[in-house]
Design a protein around this ligand. Sequence first.
Ligand code: GTP
Ligand code: MG
Length: 406
Amino acid sequence: MLTFAIIGKTNVGKTTLFNAATLLNAEISNYPFTTKEPQGGTAYVCDLCVCRELGLEDNPQNSACIDGWRYIPIRIIDVPGLVKDAWRGRGLGNRFLSAIGQADALIHVVDASGSIDEEGKIDKPGSGNPVQDVMDIEMEIELWISHIIDRNNQQISHDIEHQGLVDSLNKSLTGIKTKPQHIEQALQNAELSEKPFKNWTPEDTLEFAHQLLPVIKPTLIIANKMDLPTAEENLEKLTEYYSHALVAACSAEAELALRLADKSGLIKYMPGQETFKVLDNDALTLDQQQAIAYIEQNVMYKYMRTGIQQALNTLAFKLLKMNMIYPVSDDQNFSDNHGNILPDVHLLEDGATPLDLAENIHTSLKDNYILAIDARTGLRLPKNYTLRHRDVVRIMTQKRQKQKKE
Ligand SMILES: Nc1nc2c(ncn2[C@@H]2O[C@H](COP(=O)(O)OP(=O)(O)OP(=O)(O)O)[C@@H](O)[C@H]2O)c(=O)[nH]1
Ligand SMILES: [Mg+2]
Protein backbone atom coordinates (compact mmCIF):
# COMPACT_ATOMS: atom_id res chain seq x y z
CA MET A 1 0.00 0.00 0.00
CA LEU A 2 1.12 3.52 -0.78
CA THR A 3 2.74 4.97 2.36
CA PHE A 4 3.21 8.63 3.32
CA ALA A 5 5.22 9.66 6.39
CA ILE A 6 4.31 12.89 8.20
CA ILE A 7 7.52 14.58 9.32
CA GLY A 8 8.46 17.92 10.81
CA LYS A 9 9.61 19.64 13.97
CA THR A 10 7.84 19.00 17.23
CA ASN A 11 4.57 20.89 17.88
CA VAL A 12 3.92 21.82 14.24
CA GLY A 13 0.63 19.85 14.08
CA LYS A 14 1.67 16.46 12.68
CA THR A 15 -0.59 14.46 14.97
CA THR A 16 -3.49 16.88 14.40
CA LEU A 17 -3.06 16.31 10.66
CA PHE A 18 -2.72 12.56 11.18
CA ASN A 19 -5.92 12.51 13.27
CA ALA A 20 -7.79 14.62 10.78
CA ALA A 21 -6.73 12.36 7.92
CA THR A 22 -7.41 9.13 9.77
CA LEU A 23 -9.91 10.25 12.40
CA LEU A 24 -8.03 8.25 14.98
CA ASN A 25 -7.39 9.93 18.27
CA ALA A 26 -3.66 9.99 18.68
CA GLU A 27 -2.64 12.19 21.57
CA ILE A 28 -2.55 15.87 20.66
CA SER A 29 -1.00 18.48 22.91
CA ASN A 30 1.20 21.54 22.89
CA TYR A 31 4.03 19.89 24.82
CA PRO A 32 7.08 19.12 22.72
CA PHE A 33 7.46 15.44 21.79
CA THR A 34 3.93 14.34 22.61
CA THR A 35 4.24 11.56 20.07
CA LYS A 36 6.89 9.06 21.14
CA GLU A 37 6.53 6.21 18.67
CA PRO A 38 5.74 6.30 14.98
CA GLN A 39 2.15 5.26 14.47
CA GLY A 40 0.41 4.23 11.31
CA GLY A 41 -3.15 4.65 10.13
CA THR A 42 -5.32 4.60 7.07
CA ALA A 43 -6.11 7.76 5.14
CA TYR A 44 -7.58 8.19 1.66
CA VAL A 45 -6.71 9.79 -1.63
CA CYS A 46 -9.58 10.60 -3.93
CA ASP A 47 -10.52 11.54 -7.45
CA LEU A 48 -13.63 11.51 -9.60
CA CYS A 49 -14.91 7.94 -9.96
CA VAL A 50 -15.71 6.57 -13.43
CA CYS A 51 -19.16 5.35 -12.25
CA ARG A 52 -21.08 8.48 -13.28
CA GLU A 53 -19.38 8.76 -16.65
CA LEU A 54 -20.35 5.12 -17.35
CA GLY A 55 -23.83 5.58 -15.89
CA LEU A 56 -23.30 2.82 -13.33
CA GLU A 57 -24.26 2.30 -9.72
CA ASP A 58 -21.03 0.85 -8.27
CA ASN A 59 -20.34 -1.55 -5.36
CA PRO A 60 -16.80 -0.68 -4.24
CA GLN A 61 -14.88 -3.39 -2.37
CA ASN A 62 -11.32 -2.18 -1.79
CA SER A 63 -12.21 1.53 -1.74
CA ALA A 64 -15.24 3.78 -1.22
CA CYS A 65 -17.36 5.88 -3.56
CA ILE A 66 -19.05 8.94 -2.02
CA ASP A 67 -21.12 11.25 -4.23
CA GLY A 68 -19.22 10.12 -7.33
CA TRP A 69 -15.78 10.50 -5.74
CA ARG A 70 -13.66 7.36 -5.30
CA TYR A 71 -11.64 7.22 -2.05
CA ILE A 72 -8.66 4.83 -2.10
CA PRO A 73 -6.95 3.80 1.14
CA ILE A 74 -3.31 4.68 1.72
CA ARG A 75 -1.14 4.31 4.82
CA ILE A 76 0.14 7.34 6.69
CA ILE A 77 2.68 7.33 9.49
CA ASP A 78 2.89 9.99 12.19
CA VAL A 79 6.61 10.28 12.90
CA PRO A 80 7.63 11.81 16.26
CA GLY A 81 8.98 15.36 16.05
CA LEU A 82 12.52 15.83 14.84
CA VAL A 83 15.01 18.32 16.22
CA LYS A 84 18.51 19.37 15.25
CA ASP A 85 20.97 16.50 15.77
CA ALA A 86 18.21 13.85 15.87
CA TRP A 87 20.47 11.73 13.64
CA ARG A 88 23.00 11.61 16.49
CA GLY A 89 20.26 10.44 18.85
CA ARG A 90 19.22 13.84 20.22
CA GLY A 91 15.57 14.54 21.10
CA LEU A 92 13.85 11.23 20.75
CA GLY A 93 16.81 9.72 18.98
CA ASN A 94 17.07 8.46 15.45
CA ARG A 95 15.29 5.13 15.81
CA PHE A 96 12.13 6.53 14.26
CA LEU A 97 14.03 7.98 11.32
CA SER A 98 13.69 4.50 9.90
CA ALA A 99 9.91 5.09 9.65
CA ILE A 100 10.83 7.66 7.01
CA GLY A 101 12.75 4.96 5.19
CA GLN A 102 9.59 2.91 4.66
CA ALA A 103 7.62 5.77 3.11
CA ASP A 104 7.02 6.35 -0.60
CA ALA A 105 6.64 10.10 -0.03
CA LEU A 106 6.89 12.65 2.76
CA ILE A 107 4.43 15.17 4.13
CA HIS A 108 6.65 17.79 5.71
CA VAL A 109 4.57 19.84 8.16
CA VAL A 110 5.84 23.25 9.17
CA ASP A 111 4.29 25.75 11.57
CA ALA A 112 3.68 28.58 9.11
CA SER A 113 2.41 30.85 11.90
CA GLY A 114 5.93 30.82 13.37
CA SER A 115 4.65 29.89 16.85
CA ILE A 116 7.43 27.50 17.81
CA ASP A 117 11.00 28.29 18.74
CA GLU A 118 14.12 26.51 17.52
CA GLU A 119 13.61 23.72 20.03
CA GLY A 120 9.94 23.24 19.15
CA LYS A 121 8.51 24.94 22.22
CA ILE A 122 5.36 27.05 21.77
CA ASP A 123 6.39 30.70 21.47
CA LYS A 124 4.83 34.02 20.41
CA PRO A 125 3.16 33.68 16.95
CA GLY A 126 5.41 35.23 14.32
CA SER A 127 8.64 34.74 16.27
CA GLY A 128 9.68 31.45 14.63
CA ASN A 129 11.37 30.92 11.27
CA PRO A 130 9.46 28.31 9.21
CA VAL A 131 11.88 28.43 6.25
CA GLN A 132 14.76 27.54 8.58
CA ASP A 133 12.62 24.86 10.26
CA VAL A 134 12.13 23.05 6.93
CA MET A 135 15.85 23.28 6.17
CA ASP A 136 16.80 21.93 9.61
CA ILE A 137 14.63 18.85 9.21
CA GLU A 138 15.83 18.16 5.68
CA MET A 139 19.39 18.45 6.93
CA GLU A 140 18.71 15.90 9.70
CA ILE A 141 17.45 13.35 7.18
CA GLU A 142 20.37 13.99 4.86
CA LEU A 143 22.84 13.58 7.74
CA TRP A 144 21.11 10.35 8.68
CA ILE A 145 21.44 9.03 5.10
CA SER A 146 25.12 9.97 4.95
CA HIS A 147 25.60 8.30 8.32
CA ILE A 148 24.23 5.03 6.88
CA ILE A 149 26.75 5.30 4.06
CA ASP A 150 29.60 6.01 6.50
CA ARG A 151 28.60 3.06 8.65
CA ASN A 152 28.62 0.76 5.61
CA ASN A 153 31.79 2.23 4.15
CA GLN A 154 33.82 -0.98 4.38
CA GLN A 155 31.10 -3.16 2.93
CA ILE A 156 30.48 -0.72 0.06
CA SER A 157 34.22 -0.55 -0.75
CA HIS A 158 34.31 -4.35 -0.75
CA ASP A 159 31.19 -4.73 -2.94
CA ILE A 160 32.34 -2.13 -5.49
CA GLU A 161 34.93 -4.60 -6.86
CA HIS A 162 32.20 -7.03 -7.95
CA GLN A 163 29.11 -4.88 -8.39
CA GLY A 164 30.23 -1.36 -9.19
CA LEU A 165 29.36 1.83 -7.33
CA VAL A 166 25.65 2.11 -8.14
CA ASP A 167 24.67 -1.39 -7.02
CA SER A 168 26.91 -1.30 -3.94
CA LEU A 169 25.43 1.99 -2.74
CA ASN A 170 21.95 0.74 -3.57
CA LYS A 171 22.52 -2.40 -1.52
CA SER A 172 23.54 -0.39 1.52
CA LEU A 173 20.50 1.88 1.18
CA THR A 174 17.70 -0.61 0.38
CA GLY A 175 16.29 0.04 3.88
CA ILE A 176 15.22 3.48 2.68
CA LYS A 177 13.69 2.10 -0.55
CA THR A 178 16.25 3.16 -3.13
CA LYS A 179 16.47 1.81 -6.67
CA PRO A 180 19.60 1.75 -8.88
CA GLN A 181 18.16 4.53 -11.08
CA HIS A 182 17.74 6.76 -7.98
CA ILE A 183 21.38 6.23 -7.05
CA GLU A 184 22.50 6.94 -10.59
CA GLN A 185 20.53 10.18 -10.73
CA ALA A 186 21.79 11.38 -7.34
CA LEU A 187 25.39 10.54 -8.30
CA GLN A 188 24.99 12.55 -11.47
CA ASN A 189 23.37 15.52 -9.75
CA ALA A 190 26.11 15.50 -7.11
CA GLU A 191 28.75 15.20 -9.89
CA LEU A 192 30.15 12.09 -8.23
CA SER A 193 29.59 9.50 -10.98
CA GLU A 194 33.25 9.49 -11.95
CA LYS A 195 34.89 10.06 -8.56
CA PRO A 196 36.26 6.86 -6.95
CA PHE A 197 34.32 6.09 -3.75
CA LYS A 198 37.53 5.74 -1.74
CA ASN A 199 38.27 9.42 -2.44
CA TRP A 200 34.86 10.72 -1.30
CA THR A 201 35.10 13.43 1.36
CA PRO A 202 32.42 13.79 4.10
CA GLU A 203 31.11 16.76 2.06
CA ASP A 204 30.75 14.50 -1.00
CA THR A 205 28.73 11.96 1.00
CA LEU A 206 26.48 14.72 2.34
CA GLU A 207 26.01 16.21 -1.12
CA PHE A 208 25.06 12.77 -2.45
CA ALA A 209 22.49 12.40 0.38
CA HIS A 210 21.18 15.91 -0.39
CA GLN A 211 20.63 14.96 -4.03
CA LEU A 212 19.21 11.54 -3.18
CA LEU A 213 16.52 12.68 -0.72
CA PRO A 214 14.15 14.43 -3.19
CA VAL A 215 14.59 11.58 -5.67
CA ILE A 216 13.63 8.77 -3.26
CA LYS A 217 11.12 10.70 -1.13
CA PRO A 218 9.01 13.17 -3.12
CA THR A 219 7.93 15.74 -0.54
CA LEU A 220 5.01 18.06 -0.11
CA ILE A 221 5.53 20.92 2.34
CA ILE A 222 2.44 21.64 4.41
CA ALA A 223 2.31 25.20 5.69
CA ASN A 224 0.11 24.48 8.70
CA LYS A 225 -1.75 26.74 11.17
CA MET A 226 -2.85 29.01 8.30
CA ASP A 227 -5.79 30.08 10.44
CA LEU A 228 -3.41 32.23 12.53
CA PRO A 229 -2.78 35.79 11.31
CA THR A 230 1.02 35.52 11.31
CA ALA A 231 0.94 32.64 8.83
CA GLU A 232 0.24 34.52 5.62
CA GLU A 233 3.57 36.33 5.47
CA ASN A 234 5.47 33.11 6.19
CA LEU A 235 3.52 31.24 3.53
CA GLU A 236 4.83 33.72 0.97
CA LYS A 237 8.39 33.19 2.21
CA LEU A 238 7.99 29.41 2.12
CA THR A 239 6.60 29.41 -1.44
CA GLU A 240 9.33 31.74 -2.59
CA TYR A 241 12.17 29.82 -0.96
CA TYR A 242 10.87 26.38 -1.92
CA SER A 243 9.78 27.39 -5.42
CA HIS A 244 11.11 24.04 -6.73
CA ALA A 245 8.80 22.13 -4.35
CA LEU A 246 5.08 22.10 -3.67
CA VAL A 247 3.89 24.10 -0.68
CA ALA A 248 0.29 23.63 0.42
CA ALA A 249 -1.54 26.00 2.79
CA CYS A 250 -3.44 24.04 5.44
CA SER A 251 -5.16 24.17 8.77
CA ALA A 252 -5.02 20.72 10.29
CA GLU A 253 -6.99 21.85 13.32
CA ALA A 254 -9.82 23.20 11.16
CA GLU A 255 -9.93 19.94 9.19
CA LEU A 256 -10.02 17.89 12.38
CA ALA A 257 -12.84 20.03 13.84
CA LEU A 258 -14.87 19.76 10.63
CA ARG A 259 -14.45 16.00 10.34
CA LEU A 260 -15.39 15.49 14.00
CA ALA A 261 -18.43 17.74 13.66
CA ASP A 262 -19.45 15.81 10.55
CA LYS A 263 -18.97 12.51 12.36
CA SER A 264 -21.18 13.61 15.23
CA GLY A 265 -23.88 14.77 12.81
CA LEU A 266 -23.63 18.51 13.57
CA ILE A 267 -22.57 19.49 10.06
CA LYS A 268 -22.28 17.89 6.62
CA TYR A 269 -18.70 18.06 5.41
CA MET A 270 -16.85 16.08 2.78
CA PRO A 271 -13.05 16.23 3.10
CA GLY A 272 -11.62 18.44 0.41
CA GLN A 273 -14.76 20.44 -0.22
CA GLU A 274 -14.91 24.20 -0.17
CA THR A 275 -18.00 24.42 1.98
CA PHE A 276 -19.77 22.64 4.81
CA LYS A 277 -23.38 22.83 5.93
CA VAL A 278 -24.61 23.25 9.48
CA LEU A 279 -27.42 20.70 9.89
CA ASP A 280 -29.09 22.06 13.00
CA ASN A 281 -27.92 25.43 14.27
CA ASP A 282 -29.96 25.10 17.48
CA ALA A 283 -28.11 21.91 18.42
CA LEU A 284 -24.76 23.75 18.53
CA THR A 285 -23.33 25.04 21.80
CA LEU A 286 -22.00 28.59 21.88
CA ASP A 287 -18.42 27.25 21.74
CA GLN A 288 -19.24 25.15 18.70
CA GLN A 289 -20.88 28.12 16.96
CA GLN A 290 -17.78 30.22 17.64
CA ALA A 291 -15.45 27.48 16.39
CA ILE A 292 -17.44 27.15 13.18
CA ALA A 293 -17.48 30.92 12.65
CA TYR A 294 -13.68 30.96 13.21
CA ILE A 295 -13.09 28.24 10.64
CA GLU A 296 -15.41 29.91 8.13
CA GLN A 297 -13.72 33.26 8.53
CA ASN A 298 -10.07 32.30 8.88
CA VAL A 299 -9.83 29.22 6.71
CA MET A 300 -12.69 28.56 4.30
CA TYR A 301 -13.26 32.13 3.01
CA LYS A 302 -9.56 32.86 2.87
CA TYR A 303 -8.11 29.68 1.41
CA MET A 304 -11.25 28.01 0.03
CA ARG A 305 -10.63 24.80 1.96
CA THR A 306 -8.57 23.32 4.79
CA GLY A 307 -6.05 21.88 2.33
CA ILE A 308 -5.54 18.42 3.85
CA GLN A 309 -7.35 16.26 1.29
CA GLN A 310 -5.80 18.21 -1.60
CA ALA A 311 -2.38 17.69 -0.07
CA LEU A 312 -2.83 13.91 0.03
CA ASN A 313 -4.20 13.89 -3.53
CA THR A 314 -1.38 16.08 -4.81
CA LEU A 315 1.21 13.73 -3.32
CA ALA A 316 -0.36 10.65 -4.89
CA PHE A 317 -1.40 11.95 -8.29
CA LYS A 318 1.04 14.79 -9.02
CA LEU A 319 4.27 14.04 -7.17
CA LEU A 320 4.19 10.24 -7.27
CA LYS A 321 2.35 10.24 -10.62
CA MET A 322 -0.07 7.51 -9.61
CA ASN A 323 -2.96 6.50 -11.85
CA MET A 324 -6.26 5.00 -10.70
CA ILE A 325 -6.90 1.76 -12.58
CA TYR A 326 -10.13 -0.26 -12.27
CA PRO A 327 -9.67 -3.99 -12.87
CA VAL A 328 -12.85 -5.95 -13.71
CA SER A 329 -13.47 -9.65 -14.50
CA ASP A 330 -16.51 -9.01 -16.68
CA ASP A 331 -15.95 -6.27 -19.24
CA GLN A 332 -19.59 -6.23 -20.39
CA ASN A 333 -20.95 -5.41 -16.94
CA PHE A 334 -17.83 -3.77 -15.48
CA SER A 335 -18.01 -6.18 -12.56
CA ASP A 336 -16.08 -8.84 -10.65
CA ASN A 337 -17.09 -12.52 -10.55
CA HIS A 338 -19.66 -11.81 -7.86
CA GLY A 339 -21.44 -9.10 -9.82
CA ASN A 340 -19.92 -6.17 -7.89
CA ILE A 341 -19.78 -3.22 -10.28
CA LEU A 342 -16.39 -1.42 -10.45
CA PRO A 343 -15.29 -3.24 -7.29
CA ASP A 344 -11.65 -2.20 -7.01
CA VAL A 345 -9.22 0.55 -7.83
CA HIS A 346 -5.45 0.07 -7.92
CA LEU A 347 -2.95 2.90 -7.72
CA LEU A 348 -0.22 2.29 -10.28
CA GLU A 349 2.73 4.46 -11.17
CA ASP A 350 2.70 6.26 -14.51
CA GLY A 351 4.18 3.96 -17.15
CA ALA A 352 2.65 0.78 -15.72
CA THR A 353 1.36 -1.81 -18.21
CA PRO A 354 -1.54 -4.29 -17.98
CA LEU A 355 1.01 -6.91 -16.86
CA ASP A 356 1.95 -4.65 -13.92
CA LEU A 357 -1.73 -4.39 -13.07
CA ALA A 358 -2.02 -8.19 -13.12
CA GLU A 359 0.97 -8.46 -10.78
CA ASN A 360 -0.46 -5.79 -8.48
CA ILE A 361 -3.68 -7.76 -8.15
CA HIS A 362 -1.99 -11.12 -7.58
CA THR A 363 1.27 -12.73 -8.72
CA SER A 364 -0.65 -15.74 -10.04
CA LEU A 365 -2.51 -13.40 -12.42
CA LYS A 366 0.81 -12.21 -13.79
CA ASP A 367 2.05 -15.78 -14.26
CA ASN A 368 -1.10 -16.80 -16.16
CA TYR A 369 -1.56 -13.53 -18.04
CA ILE A 370 -2.75 -13.83 -21.64
CA LEU A 371 -4.22 -10.50 -22.60
CA ALA A 372 -5.94 -7.37 -21.38
CA ILE A 373 -9.11 -5.72 -22.67
CA ASP A 374 -10.17 -2.09 -22.39
CA ALA A 375 -13.64 -2.49 -20.88
CA ARG A 376 -14.86 0.82 -22.32
CA THR A 377 -14.19 -0.12 -25.95
CA GLY A 378 -13.94 -3.92 -25.76
CA LEU A 379 -10.63 -3.67 -27.61
CA ARG A 380 -7.58 -5.74 -26.80
CA LEU A 381 -4.73 -3.73 -25.30
CA PRO A 382 -1.20 -4.27 -26.57
CA LYS A 383 1.17 -5.86 -24.07
CA ASN A 384 3.28 -2.70 -23.82
CA TYR A 385 0.24 -0.41 -23.50
CA THR A 386 0.77 2.32 -20.92
CA LEU A 387 -2.21 2.38 -18.57
CA ARG A 388 -3.93 5.73 -18.21
CA HIS A 389 -5.63 7.35 -15.25
CA ARG A 390 -9.19 5.95 -14.84
CA ASP A 391 -8.75 3.04 -17.29
CA VAL A 392 -11.10 0.10 -16.71
CA VAL A 393 -9.31 -3.11 -17.66
CA ARG A 394 -10.12 -6.80 -17.84
CA ILE A 395 -7.17 -9.14 -17.45
CA MET A 396 -7.63 -12.54 -19.11
CA THR A 397 -5.60 -15.42 -17.76
CA GLN A 398 -4.84 -18.91 -19.08
CA LYS A 399 -7.17 -20.77 -16.73
CA ARG A 400 -10.14 -18.62 -17.53
CA GLN A 401 -9.64 -19.01 -21.30
CA LYS A 402 -9.56 -22.78 -20.97
CA GLN A 403 -12.78 -22.70 -18.98
CA LYS A 404 -14.37 -20.60 -21.69
CA LYS A 405 -13.49 -23.17 -24.37
CA GLU A 406 -14.95 -26.10 -22.39
N1 GTP B 1 -4.08 27.34 15.30
C1 GTP B 1 -3.74 26.09 14.95
N2 GTP B 1 -3.16 25.26 15.84
C2 GTP B 1 -2.86 24.01 15.42
C3 GTP B 1 -3.13 23.55 14.08
N3 GTP B 1 -2.71 22.27 13.99
C4 GTP B 1 -2.21 21.93 15.21
N4 GTP B 1 -2.31 22.97 16.08
C5 GTP B 1 -1.90 23.00 17.51
O1 GTP B 1 -0.48 22.80 17.62
C6 GTP B 1 -0.15 22.06 18.81
C7 GTP B 1 0.68 20.84 18.49
O2 GTP B 1 -0.08 19.92 17.74
P1 GTP B 1 0.32 18.37 17.57
O3 GTP B 1 -0.56 17.83 16.50
O4 GTP B 1 0.35 17.67 18.87
O5 GTP B 1 1.83 18.57 17.04
P2 GTP B 1 2.94 17.44 16.66
O6 GTP B 1 3.69 18.00 15.51
O7 GTP B 1 2.30 16.12 16.50
O8 GTP B 1 3.85 17.49 17.97
P3 GTP B 1 4.85 16.32 18.53
O9 GTP B 1 4.17 15.03 18.51
O10 GTP B 1 5.14 16.82 19.91
O11 GTP B 1 6.06 16.37 17.65
C8 GTP B 1 -1.49 21.71 19.47
O12 GTP B 1 -1.75 22.64 20.46
C9 GTP B 1 -2.49 21.82 18.30
O13 GTP B 1 -3.80 22.13 18.73
C10 GTP B 1 -3.75 24.47 13.16
O14 GTP B 1 -4.04 24.17 12.01
N5 GTP B 1 -4.03 25.72 13.66
MG1 MG C 1 2.57 14.36 17.57
